[in-house]
Design a protein around this ligand. Structure first.
Ligand SMILES: [Cu+2]
Length: 137
């Protein structure tokens, strides 16, 4: 048997493996746990407060920056979609409390008149970049 025909089956197997690998990557990208989170759009509630849905995912807030209309009363609606607990703490001490995966909480930030920054108080998370910038625009 010529050497080339001995090599063919393994080449075919390699091609199938590569195709399966590409398919698996595509499926993982489409609906796996690494799919980018999509927070809902901000909205103005009946009482005039400005609500901004924010997801906790992959050790970050999404979106990581909120731009609030000047003088707006901001309410952050948090949902933790990450595999580990997170919270949101503001400079004035307001906090969501620790949220596990799937848990939600709202944090009433109050009237925003100047830029501020919230963060996750779990050890190391703030340093790792888990901060929420809030600015007036
Ligand atoms: Cu955290």
């Amino acid at each position: 048997m010529p050497r080339s025909s001995l090599l063919r089956p393994s080449r075919a197997r390699a091609r199938v493996a590569a195709a399966l690998g590409a398919l698996l990557l595509a499926v993982t990208a489409a609906c796996g746990p690494d799919a980018p989170p999509e927070p809902a759009a901000p909205y103005t509630a009946a009482d005039g407060s400005y609500h901004v849905p924010v997801l906790m995912a992959d050790m970050r807030f999404e979106p990581s920056t909120i731009v609030v209309p000047e003088g707006a009363h901001l309410v952050v609606e948090l949902e933790n979609t990450d595999g580990m607990p997170h919270d949101l703490v503001l400079p004035d001490g307001a906090t969501s409390g620790l949220l596990s995966r799937g848990q939600k909480a709202t944090v009433d930030v109050g009237t925003v008149t100047e830029a501020l920054e919230g963060w996750c108080s779990v050890q190391g998370h703030r340093a790792a970049g888990m901060v929420l910038g809030i600015s007036v625009g």
